[in-house]
Design a protein around this ligand. Structure first.
Ligand code: GTP
Ligand code: SAM
Ligand code: SF4
Ligand code: SF4
Length: 328
C-alpha cells in the first residue's frame, strides 16, 4: 500500500470530503448573506459514483477516516446513499459528518443505520435568541432535539462545535460546562479563523482559546492524548463531568505539525490545506473505476507541494473566502 505522505513526514489518515457547497444557514462568520451559487454556469457536485471512487483511492493509500462536510452535507437528497457508499469500503473504519443539525431530528437514526459512526454538530450558543442571531435560523430547539435523537439512535458520544467569539460567547464557559456535566458531549471551542470574506468580523471577535484553557487547567481539567486519525482538538477531561472540552487553536505554534488530513471539495478538487491556493482537479480521474492507480499517483505527487503550515499569521487566507466552500 502506498501511504500518502508529504515532505515533512506527515502521514494522511483523514479525508475531509465536501459533498455540497449549498447551505440553508447564514452563520455570521461563514455565510452572513446566505449561500449564493458561484459563477454563471451550473457546476455539479460529485456524484455517488465519484464519491465512491475518490474515497476508495484515499483508502487504498492509508485513509481510515472520512468526514462528510459542506456547505450543509445533509441537504443532499442522496445523503443516506452517500454514507452507505463510503462505508462499503471496510478500510474506512470511521465515517463522520459535520452538520448544522437541521436534519438530525428527522434523519439521524437512518444515517446511523446506513453506517455513520460519528457526529459533529455546530452550536455556537445555548441561548435560543443568540443562536438565531448568529445562524440566521430560529432552530435552536430543533437542533437540541436532534442531539437527543442522536443519543436515542445509539451514538454514545456527540461532538459539538462552538466558534469562540469575543463578547459573543467567550464568557459563557460555565453555561457550556453545566450542559455537558451529565452528557457525553465533547464540546469544542474553535478559534475564529480569518477568511477572505471575514476580515472585519475576525478583527472584532477573534480571541485565543487560551482564555478557556487557563480556566480549565485551574479547575483541574486534564489533557488527553491524541490518536493518529483524530482531528486537531486538544481534548480535556474532568472526573466530575461526563462530557469533554476540546480546543481547536490554529493560531498556536506548531498547530500544523500534526496535520493528518487532506480535503476534496464538492467539485472534486484536492486541497492540500484549509487555507491553501487553488486546488488540484481530480475529476477527470473519477470517471471510471479503472483510473484508481492514476488517481492515487496524482494525489501522491501533489502532496509534495503541501506547505508546512498555513499563513494566517501574515493575514494570508489563501483562496478561502469562507469555510463553506471546502467544509472547514
Ligand atoms: N486550520 C485548521 N482548522 C481545522 C482543521 N481541521 C479542522 N479544523 C477546524 O475545526 C473545525 C471542526 O472540525 P470538524 O469538522 O468538527 O472535525 P475535526 O475536529 O477535525 O475532527 P474530529 O476530531 O474527528 O471530530 C473545522 O470546521 C475547522 O474550523 C485543519 O486542518 N486546519
Ligand atoms: C463550514 S461548516 C460545514 C458543516 C456544517 N454546515 C456545519 O456548520 O457544521 C464546518 C465548521 O466550520 C466552522 N467554521 C466556519 N467558519 C469558521 C471560521 N471562520 N472560523 C472557525 N470556524 C469556522 C463551523 O462552525 C462548523 O463547525
Ligand atoms: S458554518 Fe456551516 S451551517 Fe453555518 S453557514 Fe457555514 S456551512 Fe452553513
Ligand atoms: S491549516 Fe493547513 S497545514 Fe495547518 S493543520 Fe490545517 S490543513 Fe493542515
Amino acid at each position: 500500500m502506498s501511504q500518502f505522505i508529504d515532505n515533512f513526514e506527515r502521514k494522511f489518515y483523514y479525508l475531509r470530503l465536501s459533498i455540497t457547497d449549498v447551505c440553508n444557514f447564514r452563520c455570521n462568520y461563514c455565510l452572513p448573506d446566505g449561500y449564493k451559487p458561484q459563477g454563471s454556469t451550473n457546476k455539479s457536485f460529485l456524484s455517488l459514483d465519484e464519491i465512491r471512487r475518490v474515497t476508495r483511492a484515499f483508502a487504498a493509500s492509508g485513509t481510515e477516516k472520512v468526514r462528510l462536510t459542506g456547505g450543509e452535507p445533509s441537504l443532499r437528497r442522496d445523503f443516506i446513499d452517500i454514507i452507505a457508499a463510503v462505508r462499503e469500503n471496510r478500510a474506512i473504519r470511521q465515517l463522520a459528518v459535520t452538520t448544522n443539525g437541521y436534519r438530525l431530528e428527522r434523519d439521524v437514526a437512518a444515517w446511523r443505520d446506513a453506517g455513520l459512526t460519528a457526529l459533529n454538530v455546530s452550536i455556537d450558543s445555548l441561548d435560543a435568541r443568540q443562536f438565531h442571531a448568529i445562524t440566521g435560523q430560529d432552530k435552536f430547539h430543533q437542533v437540541m432535539r436532534g442531539i437527543d435523537a442522536a443519543f436515542d439512535a445509539g451514538f454514545d458520544k456527540v461532538k459539538v462545535n462552538t466558534v469562540l467569539m469575543r463578547d459573543i460567547n467567550h464568557h459563557t464557559l460555565d453555561t457550556f460546562l453545566d450542559w455537558i456535566r451529565p452528557r457525553p458531549i465533547q464540546l469544542r471551542f474553535i478559534e475564529l479563523m480569518e477568511t477572505g470574506d471575514g476580515g472585519s468580523l475576525f478583527r472584532k471577535h477573534h480571541i485565543s482559546g487560551e482564555v478557556i484553557r487557563d480556566q480549565l487547567i485551574s479547575r483541574g481539567w486534564q489533557r488527553l492524548p491524541r490518536a493518529r486519525s483524530d482531528g486537531p482538538a486538544q481534548v480535556f477531561r474532568h472526573p466530575d463531568y461526563q462530557g469533554e472540552i476540546g480546543l481547536i487553536m490554529p493560531y498556536e505554534k506548531d498547530f500544523c505539525a500534526s496535520c493528518n488530513r487532506l480535503r476534496v471539495s464538492a467539485t472534486g478538487k484536492l486541497h492540500l490545506c484549509l487555507f491553501g491556493d487553488g486546488g488540484v482537479s481530480l475529476r477527470d480521474l473519477l470517471a471510471s473505476d479503472g483510473q484508481q492507480q492514476e488517481l492515487q499517483a496524482r494525489i501522491a505527487a501533489s502532496l509534495q507541494s503541501k506547505k508546512q503550515t498555513h499563513f494566517l499569521h501574515q493575514g494570508n487566507t489563501g483562496i478561502t473566502q469562507n469555510l463553506s466552500f471546502i467544509g472547514g
